[in-house]
Design a protein around this ligand. Structure first.
Ligand code: ASP
Length: 316
């Protein structure tokens, strides 16, 4: 088992061996979560604080459940009502929480880099639950686990990431992870929704969905992130659906056994047709949610093992 990290801030800091370690342990947690008694005590006596400065449904619930299943005391900070509104800086908030001796801090923040900054100020393990357009490491890990279980491997696959790439931390983390595991990644979407540095990413780029989806194993759809857009990136949602929305006809260009993914929340009828999203023969969207809990359990378990090992070496 290899896992060296002290925090989980981004996929960019993980080696392929560490990614494998998380996914292997997550497989065990999938089995635990499907059993009758879902409890383990690996985090018993530890405190996990979830600080979400941006809205979240799935990720926050998933981290909360993951911590509780491992026996931690889990606290959700209501950041909308917190002292941040009264002008307290992120660092002051972090230092205040640090003084309460948490062992794990799970943080989502609208600014890229904010979680890393916070991690440098506290002395517990920090997990990035999404920072601006930068990274969303647990999402990429749960996507990787879903792909590995469905396709039987996580290398030499052809994967299309489609839609609003420019505003998506999910796309960024997935691009890094899938590249590290030696897959062929394509980005598909309108040029206005591609990141400016796209030509430096070393991936194939398509603005035609049918060409982009041709013979791929995995179709990963992204939400149109309207809250991060400050101008007209698309002519209209109707036009966008017509050109880039995943429907049965566009999907027919992928391999016959290609799987369809979406990190949620979904805009049905904008980036994906509702019947495709609900098609249990193609869509693995519900599996992604299930894998999310297991991956977060594995990540927290491994960070705590490292934390205990470093505390023990200090005490010696
Ligand atoms: N839930 C994912 C995120 O937080 C994807 C999305 O919001 O579209 O980045």
């Amino acid at each position: 088992m290899t896992f060296r990290a002290k925090h989980l801030l981004g996929i960019e800091h993980l080696g392929p061996d560490e990614i494998d370690t998380i996914l292997n342990l997550a497989d065990d947690y999938v089995a635990l979560n499907r059993s009758k008694n879902k409890r383990s005590d690996v985090l018993a006596g530890l405190t996990q604080i979830n600080m979400f400065f941006e809205n979240s449904t799935r990720t926050q619930a998933s981290f909360e459940l993951a911590g509780k299943r491992l026996g931690a005391d889990v606290m959700n900070m209501a950041m909308q009502a917190s002292s941040i509104k009264k002008g307290e800086t992120l660092i002051d908030t972090a230092l205040t929480l640090n003084a309460m001796h948490p062992d794990l801090l799970v943080v989502r923040h609208p600014h890229s880099g904010a979680v890393e900054l916070l991690a440098s100020k506290v002395n517990c393990a920090v997990l990035n639950a999404g920072d601006g357009r930068h990274e969303h490491p647990t999402q990429a890990l749960l996507d990787a686990l879903t792909i590995r279980r469905k396709k039987g491997r996580l290398h030499r696959l052809s994967i299309a990431i489609c839609g609003d790439i420019a505003h998506s931390r999910v796309a960024r983390s997935n691009l890094i992870l899938l590249g590290k595991m030696e897959n062929r990644v394509r980005l598909v979407g309108p040029p206005t929704l591609m990141p400016s540095e796209v030509s430096e990413l070393g991936v194939e780029v398509y603005d035609d969905m049918r060409e982009g989806l041709k013979d791929v194993d995995v179709v990963m759809m992204l939400r149109l992130q309207k809250e991060r857009m400050d101008g007209g990136f698309i002519p209209s949602e109707r036009e966008y659906y017509h050109r880039y929305g995943l429907d049965a006809e566009k999907l027919s260009h992928a391999k016959p056994d290609a799987i369809v993914m979406h990190p949620g929340p979904m805009n049905r009828g904008v980036e994906i047709d509702g019947t495709i999203a609900d098609d249990i023969n193609r869509s693995v969207i519900q599996e992604q949610v299930e894998m999310g809990v297991a991956v977060r359990m594995a990540a927290m378990d491994l960070l705590v093992r490292n934390m205990r090992a470093s505390r023990a070496s200090v005490e010696v």
